[in-house]
Structures are given as C-alpha cells and as structure tokens.
Design a protein around this ligand. Sequence first.
Ligand code: SF4
Length: 372
Amino acid sequence: MSFVDTFAKLDRDHLLMSLYSTTSDDVERALQRPSGSVEALMALLSPAAQPYLELMAQQASLLTKQRFGHNINLFIPLYLSNLCANECDYCGFTMSNKIKRKILNKQEIQQEIDIIKGYGFDNVLLVTGEHETKVGIDYFADVLPHMKQHFSHVSLEVQPLETHEYKKLVDLGLDAVMLYQETYQPRTYAKHHTRGKKKDFTYRLQSPDRLGQAGVDKIGLGVLLGLDEWRLDALLMGHHLAYLENRYWRSKFSVSLPRLRPCTGGIEVKYPITDKGLVQLVCAFRLFSEQLEISLSTRENSQFRSNIMPLGITHMSAASSTQPGGYANPATQLDQFEISDERSVVEVTSAIRAQGYIPVFKDWEADWSGRL
Ligand code: SF4
C-alpha cells in the first residue's frame, strides 16, 4: 500500500472541474475549518478564493507566528554534481545539454564547506543531478559523515533511493530529503521527462512512502509550478501530504513551491503563475496544515520574497549557487537554473530583521533525535 493506490482513486478531471466551479459560499465554509481538510484546500486554491486573499493572508500569518514564532530558518544548497542520466526539458542539467559535467571531489567539497560556513550557515541542502551509477548511494554514504562534522542539519535533494538506502543514510545522520514530483499529472509528466529512470512516474510517486518507512525525520514535497495547471497540481500535492502526514506521523513535512525559471536550453512556461497566485498557494497550504514547513528559494526576487515571507514561509535559502563548485568558483557556467534573488547573506538577514523576524541559522542538534 502506498500513495499510488490512493492516487489511482482520485478523479483528476473531476477535481479540476470542482476547482473551477467552487463558489464563494464554499470558500467561506472552508475558511471556518481549513485545517486538515482537502475539500477546504480545494476551495482555498480555487479562483473563487481570490477575493478572500487578504483574509487568508491575515489568518495564515497569524497561524505561522503562533506555530513558528518570528523565525525564518536559513539554509543553503551545496551542489555536489551536475551529472544527470535523465532528460527533463526544463532543467539545465538535462542529459543532452552540452555543459561541462562535474562531480566535486573531497578537496572541492571542503572548499565549498569553508565558504558557506563562513557565511554562517549550519543547515545545508546537498543537491546533485540524478546519476545513480556515478553519484549514487556509495557517494552519498561517503560524503554524508563528512558533512555532519560541519553542519547540524543536512538535507538531500537527489534521485529517489530504495528504503534500505535511505535507512543507511539516516543511520549516517541524514536529517531530511526533498523529493519533488514536479507534476502530479501523468500526461504532462511524460511530456517533460522523456529519458532515464525519472520517466517512471509511479516510482517517483511511491518515493515519499519509502522515506516515511525509512524513518527520515523530514520529508519535502514539491511541484514545479508552470508545468501544468498549478491549482490542480497543488491540490494533488495536498492529497499526497494529507496521506503522508496521516501514515508517517513521526516525520515532519515541508513543501517547496518553485516557479519554473529560465535555464540553458529551457522551455517556455506554458502555465505561468502570478505573484498573487503564489501568495494564494502559500496561504492555502498554511491554513491546510499549521505545522507544515514552507520553503521559498532564491528563484524568487528579493522584493517578492520579503513581501510573502510573513504569510507562511518558514525556510528560505540565501546567497545560493546552483552549480557544483559555484561558491569557490562563481564564474563557471554549469547552473541548473537562474536565480533571481542575488543578495548576499548579510543583505538577506538584514531584510528579515527589518520586518521584525529573526534569521535562524541553527535550530537542530543531532542528540534531539535520539541518534548521535
Ligand atoms: S530535473 Fe533533476 S533529473 Fe531532471 S535533468 Fe535536472 S537534475 Fe536531472
């Protein structure tokens, strides 16, 4: 039993129709009891909820402060490799792109660590392309203990692994895994993922179950906004989240809401989501799940990041490079996608403080998890 069985029972055409036939009465009912209800989430994601955005934002902001205080957790991605055995037409690392490929060696990794520790980060997200033969479980198991010597919180954003492999990494100190479905709409998924193991929609959809079974402390879901109808993708991710929160209640959950960005050889955004749309999405998810962590990356520009921050965001990246070795050698061009917020860490933390929030670099100790 996995989410795949639950997903098979969801009538996506019916959900899409329901999203667009939601009324203001439905939205008002949803605002009374939004927590944990996928029906309420649907109403809050619908076009009918747009006139209620101000009210949703006030409620979302209050709930976020009650649950998370005035804290914004900061993290930084560390790209270890851009090798990839998949063809995804929206990504700069896609297999057919003629870019220089690289896997960081120990010395290069240490250079990156020294720089990002110098910025003050203690929460790192290790990122690779998806190349299981050259950058697979053995590489991760080798790198992870080294990372844990330098960072109190280490997350991974790599190809889906097997349950026993996740367990092995948890034993080595892994704290979190981000694994994005990209889109929950199989036809669109097939259109954008044309070669490699990532073509297998079902295997990817099962992956968060394997994370839960392996006891990963935090599981991150995400959709790439712009690949298809964002309201439906967000609603289907809400169903996935509800299923996982119910079944793997020992784990924490986060969502990322990246908008499709330009990259080398990238595609045109067919289903753009406006700033207002993204605000609606963040508020809807906050009202749906009070304990959910919501992450916003440097894909978004500085002004928008500052404006949306108080409405539900709990985690932000800063000063990010999206290329392997990019902190030590920023001039090389191996990026996964372009970033929009190019401010330094000092500028980002000052902006957070200016809004009355506290930038948090560390909120986690390994012994709190019972494993050292
Ligand atoms: S999105 Fe991931 S799997 Fe697809 S090409 Fe980029 S790095 Fe590879």
